[in-house]
Design a protein around this ligand. Structure first.
Ligand SMILES: *[C@@H]1O[C@H](CO)[C@@H](O)[C@H](O)[C@H]1NC(C)=O
Ligand SMILES: *[C@@H]1O[C@H](CO)[C@@H](O)[C@H](O)[C@H]1NC(C)=O
Ligand SMILES: *[C@@H]1O[C@H](CO)[C@@H](O)[C@H](O)[C@H]1NC(C)=O
Ligand SMILES: *[C@@H]1O[C@H](CO)[C@@H](O)[C@H](O)[C@H]1NC(C)=O
Ligand SMILES: *[C@@H]1O[C@H](CO)[C@@H](O)[C@H](O)[C@H]1NC(C)=O
Ligand SMILES: *[C@@H]1O[C@H](CO)[C@@H](O)[C@H](O)[C@H]1NC(C)=O
Ligand SMILES: *[C@@H]1O[C@H](CO)[C@@H](O)[C@H](O)[C@H]1NC(C)=O
Ligand SMILES: *[C@@H]1O[C@H](CO)[C@@H](O)[C@H](O)[C@H]1NC(C)=O
Length: 880
């Protein structure tokens, strides 16, 4: 279900150019860059050719970088230098790696391909070019464009980074069914540049060409900079006249496309299972709430739904699934508004509850007879409570679900184990998707929902006569969504004249049978004499699809079967020359060899880099040389010894001390004092050093502290220590404006002329009251700024327990009247110059004439967002 895109990103390293002495600008000149893309019946074959010349009088390194879609397989790469071609060769991954290891000295980086974001991976290679020498790079890759939300999409990401004399993107599309829609779009096309774009569209063919001259490429007439930098998109769809889909035949291979239109949509019974553990706090929970509000609004009135929120506890919104009436949706939206992130992650408990909820609704006959039941899980982490062994969870869920409901797993960010989620989804008829932690995360969630929101067929069987076909790709499908498409390919078995097909499926209202028979000779005729055809494209399409399906199947297969599936996928990859996760391409350069591997989703994960095995709660085996982060209570090493600690062996972790809600994955040892937040972080006027101030309250009961008063500015601040000896409540009074603000862990109360307004921590809002600017950032901070340039900011901290951290911005603007526990620091206080022999970890400070000693420490810093950040400061304890 990956959105099908198609991308090219061409860059030549600008560093090379910048490093050149004056007068040798563009020493490495790209004089020709050609992207040639042929799409024949959704199968895209792209050739990128870049010709480069070294204009310098000494040898230079030229870098070739291309971004291509993750869903594409590279099939060839070659270098041509001085008329000699160095082709790449595709081998089994292990063989390629051995060859590379033998050729290159140890310790060099291996990968020529790396994942760069959601949809793209980057291929890069550099080569030395002699003075006045030339080199040609050629990269070829192929992919099947998948239909999503009614369109096939091709994204060409262009970034040549210099003006190119001959620049051209040529896309030829040939769709025998007929092209029903074609649009081009780009993020960099200006009016001048649009002249460089030509689109010719016929009934079955289209040609989109983009050929800007050097002048058109310039950012402005007198600049050498290119404005080619961004996305170039082509979207299209095809005609569909035959109900049983379209069959195409070339050289003994067939492909069958099926995407019925105007089918009724099944009602859905959908349980949203949302992770609200501590690690979701901040932007993630905010974006999730935003997306849920919109998704709920998009439910159809015939749909049924429920929400399950989980951390270490699992909470169902309602005791049973409810119809998605306007009223229920409204109530659910209000409920979503109250979600706050906190606690650990019990994935197993949450999913079991979801399955039981659907079981119960089915037994109670609450759900429409013909409907589709699904569970959408959103999580950002590893299971940290309940069942924590991921394999055990997979088994429990598979058994409990028993194929009844479709499970879709969305992994938010890179702290999840995608492999775990993917297997669980595939085991239960669904798919997994990663949601990237970007500004548009809410949109990614909504888009995913839209893809699965419209089931139109279930139990689809694509039947072909046994003697007519061999080695077909998957031909049974559980669900088909509006706007997508089923593709089946295979070999034609015997000399046949007629090729019959039958499709059986269930629609919302009836059982459907579609039959069709095509004439083989007629179908083969379609592709004769087409300049668009490349190789035996259906055979390659069939191989591409077979490899993808074998790899997907292997995810949820048992060990033995997995090996056999992988062996088959490897055989196909080698035979058809595809760089897949099982093969590598050995790239040969005049003086060296390098290896290009296909990155997988799992390669991206922090999990992998951390090297901590999570399957055995309590005991974590660390790979040698890994850094440890997080909290470690009991171990054979002294937690106070050093900060960045290298460790190998087995570590015993007391889960009570691990950060609740966050996956204990990479562990780093902190000095014990480094785990603490100081009460206050402050800076003396005119000094750069930071002071971490702690109030040592002697009274055992929580007490009110008089923190600051500046009668000149009319500001007074008091605070209250909670039971855990952290501040849990602050009151700020602006006497001139008669405004008081009462901030607690639960809410913020504003008194304006004695009128009280309560503001929850769950909103982001900014407003002005009596000349004071007040900004509340959801579950993060509140800041109040007055006309005297003093801002009082209070951070809301959740770990290790909830408390409030206060600090001032613009404290140099307090008057000489300022007093109080904190106030005394802002006038007539200073660090004394250390005398000879004073240790560097120790400094005297004078506060209103009294001498104190401070020590150099590192503390956690609540002024920044990440709870991992620490501040280096001079620590001081004072008593009221
Ligand atoms: C290369 O060109 C630079 C600048 O044009 C010049 O200073 C240098 O001497 C030349 N080197 C050779 C080997 O010709
Ligand atoms: C790869 O490209 C090179 C150079 O064009 C060519 O010689 C070689 O045969 C190609 N390899 C395959 C497997 O097509
Ligand atoms: C539709 O097909 C299903 C499964 O093949 C069968 O159980 C059901 O009875 C059929 N319904 C009708 C109305 O024919
Ligand atoms: C501040 O003092 C409290 C007890 O009063 C203590 O729990 C906390 O760890 C101290 N923090 C620092 C940074 O010293
Ligand atoms: C501020 O809130 C706290 C508790 O939330 C309460 O005890 C205190 O009285 C409030 N202050 C005022 C002035 O209302
Ligand atoms: C409280 O607010 C209302 C409406 O904004 C206003 O009319 C009233 O004067 C305020 N009360 C006080 C004591 O300021
Ligand atoms: C101080 O406050 C005034 C008015 O609020 C504002 O215009 C000015 O930019 C502020 N100065 C600084 C340094 O923040
Ligand atoms: C507050 O401090 C800023 C920065 O030091 C200064 O520019 C500004 O004039 C001060 N404002 C007042 C009202 O003293």
């Amino acid at each position: 279900m990956e959105r099908q895109i198609f991308a090219v990103w061409l860059i030549f390293s600008s560093q090379i150019l910048l490093a050149d002495p004056a007068g040798q600008q563009n020493a490495i000149e790209i004089y020709s860059l050609h992207v040639d893309c042929k799409v024949t019946s959704r199968f895209a074959h792209t050739v990128i050719t870049s010709r480069v010349a070294n204009r310098a009088n000494e040898s230079k390194e030229a870098l070739f970088e291309v971004e291509l879609p993750k869903t594409a397989f590279i099939t060839n790469f070659s270098l041509t230098i001085d008329g000699k071609t160095y082709p790449g060769t595709i081998k089994e991954k292990k063989t390629a790696q051995d060859q590379y290891d033998a050729a290159v000295s140890q310790g060099q980086s291996a990968g020529l391909v790396r994942s760069t974001g959601r949809k793209l991976e980057q291929f890069h290679v550099s080569v030395n070019v002699a003075a006045a020498g030339k080199v040609t790079f050629e990269l070829i890759y192929e992919e099947l464009l998948k239909r999503k939300l009614g369109k096939y999409e091709l994204l060409i990401k262009v970034k040549p980074k210099q003006l190119v004399k001959h620049f051209q993107i040529d896309t030829h599309i040939f769709e025998p069914q007929g092209i029903s829609l074609l649009e081009t779009d780009s993020t960099f096309l200006t009016n001048e540049l649009s002249d460089a774009l030509t689109t010719v569209q016929g009934e079955t063919k289209a040609h989109v060409s983009f050929k800007p001259t050097i002048t058109q490429q310039r950012k402005s007439p007198d600049l050498e900079e290119t404005l080619l930098d961004g996305d170039f998109l082509i979207r299209y769809d095809v005609q569909r006249s035959v109900a049983a889909g379209d069959i195409q035949i070339v050289n003994g291979y067939f492909v069958h496309y099926f995407a019925p239109s105007e089918m009724p949509i099944f009602p859905k019974n959908i349980v949203f299972v949302i992770d609200k553990s501590g690690s979701m706090s901040g932007n993630k929970i905010k974006q999730t709430k935003e997306a849920l509000q919109k998704i709920l609004k998009d439910l159809n009135p015939e749909d049924h739904f429920n929400l399950i929120l989980f951390s270490e506890n699992v909470a169902e919104w309602k005791p049973s699934l409810l119809p998605a009436t306007e009223e229920n949706v409204e109530l659910a939206k209000q409920y979503v508004g109250t979600i706050r992130a906190q606690g650990a992650t019990d994935i197993s408990g949450a999913l079991t509850t979801a399955i039981h909820a659907l079981d119960k609704a089915t037994t109670d006959e609450l759900l429409p007879e013909q409907s589709i039941s699904m569970i959408i899980l959103l999580t950002d982490g590893q299971p940290t409570t309940g069942v924590r062994d991921v394999h055990k969870i997979q088994d429990i869920i598979k058994l409990a679900n028993n194929g009844k409901y479709f499970l879709y797993c969305l992994g938010f960010g890179f702290d999840v184990s995608y492999t775990f989620l993917e297997k669980m989804a595939l085991d239960n008829g669904g798919i997994a998707r990663r949601i990237y932690e970007d500004a548009d995360a809410a949109l990614q969630l909504q888009n995913f929902y839209h893809e699965v929101a419209t089931p139109i067929l279930k139990g689809i069987e694509m039947k072909y006569l046994d003697y007519a076909v061999q080695e077909t790709t998957q031909n049974n499908f559980k669900l088909l969504f509006a706007g997508s498409e089923i593709v089946v390919a295979g070999k034609i078995g015997n000399e046949i004249d007629a090729f019959p097909v039958e499709i059986k499926a269930q629609t919302q209202i009836s059982n459907l049978t579609l039959k069709e028979e095509v004439n083989v000779a007629e179908k083969e005729e379609v592709f004769q004499h087409q300049k668009y055809i490349f190789g035996n494209f259906i055979e390659r399409l069939w191989a591409y699809l077979t490899i993808q399906q074998l790899l997907e199947k292997s995810v949820s297969a048992e060990e033995d079967q997995r090996k056999s599936l992988e062996a088959q996928a490897l055989e196909f990859s080698l035979k058809f020359n595809f760089v897949t996760p099982l093969t590598s391409m050995v790239v040969t350069k005049p003086d060296a060899q390098e290896v290009a591997n296909k990155p997988t989703e799992a390669d991206n994960e922090n999990f992998r880099n951390g090297g901590v095995l999570l399957s055995h709660p309590g005991i974590f085996a660390l790979k040698k040389g890994y850094l440890m982060e997080g909290y470690v209570s009991r171990s054979n090493i002294n937690p106070d010894s050093d900060i960045d600690f290298r460790f190998s062996g087995v570590l015993d972790i007391n889960s009570k001390h691990s950060r609740i809600g966050a996956p204990v994955r990479r562990l780093r040892l902190f000095k014990s004092s480094e785990r603490q937040y100081p009460h206050f972080i402050l800076q003396l006027p005119g000094e750069n050093s930071i002071i971490c101030l702690n109030i040592t309250a002697h009274s055992p009961t929580p007490s009110l502290q008089y923190l600051l008063s500046d009668p000149n500015k009319g500001i007074q601040v008091t605070g209250q220590l909670g039971e855990k000896k952290q501040f849990v409540h602050f009151e700020i009074a602006y006497q001139k404006a008669d405004v008081r603000i009462n901030v607690s862990k639960d809410h913020i109360v504003l008194y304006d002329n004695r009128n009280a307004t309560m503001l929850p921590w769950t909103t982001t809002i900014s407003f002005t009251v009596q000349g004071l600017n007040i900004i509340i950032e959801e579950e993060k901070s509140v800041s109040i700024s007055g006309a005297d340039n003093i801002t009082i900011k209070i951070s809301y901290v959740k770990f290790p327990e909830r408390f409030l951290g206060l600090y001032f911005i613009g404290s140099e603007n307090f008057s000489d009247q300022v007093t109080g526990l904190l106030g005394q620091f802002y006038f007539n206080s200073y660090f004394e110059n250390p005398t000879y022999g004073t240790p560097s970890t120790w400094r005297p400070i004078v506060v209103q004439g009294r001498n104190y000693d401070t020590t150099r420490q590192r503390k956690k810093d609540y002024r920044v967002e990440s709870s991992k950040d620490t501040v280096s400061c001079w620590a001081l304890d004072i008593s009221p």
